[in-house]
Each structure stands twice: as structure tokens, then as C-alpha cells.
Write a protein that binds this ligand. Structure first.
Ligand SMILES: [Ca+2]
Ligand SMILES: [Ca+2]
Length: 104
């Protein structure tokens, strides 16, 4: 089991390597097919599971991610998704009590 990333640099490597690990499994090795994307989401973002169970949610997510509508998710499209996910995390943690209140 790999230790979780401790630095931003390690986190970036994880982001890139995760994409590449799934994208090379079938078809074009630089893009995620429907199956590759599904597996990536299931294994790497298990908390999204609830969303995926919902009928048609995966198809909807794929159509949003697939900006150029070629049926595959390329690295640019994947990174846009990661940026959105980061924004959601930022909004979630911005009111977290762990964060020290700003000086007055
Ligand atoms: Ca592929
Ligand atoms: Ca695409």
C-alpha cells in the first residue's frame, strides 16, 4: 500500500499517474474510455459511488467531462474535472473548524 502524498509535488504526480494507469488499459492509451473512466471513478473516488448508483448519473458525468464529444476523456478533460473537484473540496473545507479564523 502506497503512503498518501505529503507534498503538492507528490499529489501532482498522483494525479498524472492515476490518469495514465487507467488510460492505457484499452484502446487509445492517452484517453479514458467509458470503461476506464468508470473503473477510475469507482476505485480512486469511492465517495462518488453514491452518485454513480443513481440511474444515468455516470452517463451525465461522462457527457459533461467529454467536452469535445469524442466519447473519450482526454487528459485536458480529466484535469478540468480534477479542478472542479478541488474547487468543491475548497468550498467544503473553507468553513471547516480545523482552519484557524482569520485575524481581525
Ligand atoms: Ca484508453
Ligand atoms: Ca473527449
Amino acid at each position: 500500500m502506497m503512503a498518501p502524498p505529503q507534498t503538492l509535488q507528490q499529489a501532482l504526480a498522483v494525479l498524472v499517474c492515476t490518469f495514465q494507469r487507467y488510460s492505457k488499459q484499452e484502446g487509445d492509451r492517452f484517453t479514458l474510455s467509458r470503461g476506464e473512466l468508470k473503473e477510475l471513478l469507482e476505485k480512486e473516488l469511492p465517495s462518488l459511488g453514491d452518485v454513480q448508483v443513481k440511474e444515468g448519473a455516470f452517463e451525465e458525468l461522462l457527457s459533461i467531462l467529454d467536452a469535445n464529444k469524442d466519447g473519450e476523456v482526454d487528459f485536458q478533460e480529466y484535469i478540468r474535472f480534477v479542478a472542479v473537484a478541488c474547487t468543491l473540496c475548497h468550498e467544503f473545507f473553507v468553513d471547516s473548524p480545523v482552519v484557524l479564523p482569520r485575524g481581525q
